[in-house]
Design a protein around this ligand. Structure first.
Ligand code: SF4
Length: 145
């Protein structure tokens, strides 16, 4: 099994701490964090992904907006430029402990935050990063694994 993620969600999974758009969204996101902590690969996809799935029945889901695609482009650019993390559409990668550590450090330092520009969760994600990602679901699931 692989987790299908659009590029900027590689960042969002780092800071996910149980808050989200709806109960269905958070239940799904929590399950995804558990799968990633369990070692499942990520398949990088264009457009709506496994995280978006619960939102796609909304009348006008934001997942299709051009601004969200721009977040993906920004994430690909940052992750490739700053970390040399090979993010390409259709590619696969694994967020193992080494990559997670590098991603978290770069995120906390603000080096891979271009995708976060004008995101409504920006302040929360910044606070979570400043707290060392200690209370994120991904960190909790990793401790259980
Ligand atoms: S600020 Fe928005 S885009 Fe950035 S990691 Fe948080 S939820 Fe994702």
């Amino acid at each position: 099994m692989t987790v299908r993620l659009r590029p900027h969600h590689l960042l969002c999974v780092l800071t996910y701490a149980g808050k989200g758009y709806s109960p269905a969204f958070t239940a799904n996101m929590t399950a995804i964090a558990g799968r990633l902590a369990g070692g499942e690969d990520v398949e990088v996809v264009a457009g709506p992904d496994d995280v978006c799935a619960p939102l796609l029945s909304d009348p006008q889901p934001h997942c299709h907006r051009a601004s969200v695609s721009e977040r993906d482009r920004a994430a690909i650019d940052d992750l490739g430029r700053v970390l040399a993390l090979p993010v390409r559409l259709g590619g696969r990668l694994r967020l193992d402990a080494t990559w997670l550590g590098r991603l978290r450090a770069a995120f906390a330092a603000g080096h891979v935050r271009s995708a976060c520009h004008e995101c409504e969760w920006d302040a929360l994600c910044t606070a979570i990063a400043q707290d060392g990602f200690a209370h994120t679901v991904l960190a909790a699931r990793a401790r259980e694994a």
